[in-house]
Design a protein around this ligand. Structure first.
Ligand SMILES: NC(=O)c1ccc[n+]([C@@H]2O[C@H](COP(=O)([O-])OP(=O)(O)OC[C@H]3O[C@@H](n4cnc5c(N)ncnc54)[C@H](OP(=O)(O)O)[C@@H]3O)[C@@H](O)[C@H]2O)c1
Length: 247
């Protein structure tokens, strides 16, 4: 028996990295999963992998920068499965413009993808979860939710906002809906590969007591815990999954 048997889960940013690992784990634990992202080829691959392993999933192509697209994720979920029990707000993009070079266009895009899309989806799924009397929302925050990093202003600010949104959802949508966040440290995904060369990554590894880069499965297992009844008395928390980077 799986931990998510009979549940329907939306996983955004599930075409790669930690979202992909989480979508596969949710499906392996019995959930029907709605995989989202912009890249159709990778989305289809994730769904095919889930089905090949005996699970059930569909994909929805949506650009989280476009809030109308975001709504289409909810519509497709309701059309296909008629309900939703779990929302994993995980899609995210980096921004490496220094504060003084940030345009309002870039700021708005980063906020739409990293946090506003999560609010929009939450507002759509909440009435369904409330009516069922139960639902869980898991938000991907970051170690950047807790401190500033030079040259990453829009990203840092959006991830601070995601931490605040997580707590607001917990306060305002309980008791039926629980909401928690995950704050990954350095996790080996395409996003980290885009930051810098091996020496930049090694520098961060050197700052972790566990002395390694995290892997997408390190996040997926925590997302499963927070989405399932195993975490029934945990609400409004942001769990750091960073190998001790932030202690
Ligand atoms: N890796 C880390 O060390 C780290 C640390 C802290 C927090 N995080 C956070 O973890 C989350 C997942 O990132 P990851 O590391 O797994 O990176 P990743 O492998 O690059 O995955 C990012 C995911 O987000 C989706 N995405 C990006 N922009 C999008 C857009 N405009 N519309 C729709 N989907 C979009 C991508 O899908 P498509 O490419 O198909 O659009 C992809 O599925 C992000 O929120 C990130 O900020 C990562």
């Amino acid at each position: 028996m799986g931990k998510l048997d009979g549940k329907v889960a939306i996983a955004t940013g599930a075409t790669s990295g930690m979202g992909r690992a989480t979508a596969k784990l949710f499906a392996a634990e019995g959930a029907k999963v709605v995989v989202t992202g912009r890249n159709k080829e990778r989305a289809k691959e994730v769904v095919d992998d889930i089905k090949a392993a005996g699970g059930e999933a569909i994909y929805v192509i949506a650009d989280m920068a476009n809030l109308d697209d975001v709504k289409s994720i909810f519509d497709a979920t309701m059309d296909e499965y008629g309900t939703v029990d779990i929302l994993f707000n995980n899609a995210g993009m980096l921004s490496m413009s220094p504060l003084m070079d940030l345009t309002i266009e870039e700021w708005t895009k980063v906020f739409n993808v990293n946090v506003t899309s999560a609010l929009v989806l939450t507002q759509l799924v909440a009435p369904v979860m409330k009516e069922k009397g139960k639902g869980t929302i898991v938000n991907t925050c970051s170690v950047a939710s807790f401190g500033a990093h030079h040259g990453f202003a829009a990203y840092v600010d959006s991830k601070h906002a995601m931490m605040g949104l997580t707590r607001s959802i917990a306060w305002e949508l309980g008791p039926e809906i629980r909401c928690n966040g995950i704050a990954p440290g350095l996790i080996h995904t395409a996003m980290v590969d885009s930051i810098g060369g091996p020496s930049a990554v090694q520098q961060m590894i050197d700052q972790c007591p566990v002395q390694r880069c995290g892997q997408p499965d390190d996040i997926a297992t925590v997302a499963l815990f927070l989405a399932s009844d195993d975490s029934a008395f945990i609400d409004g928390q942001i769990i750091k999954v960073d190998g001790g980077f932030e202690i």
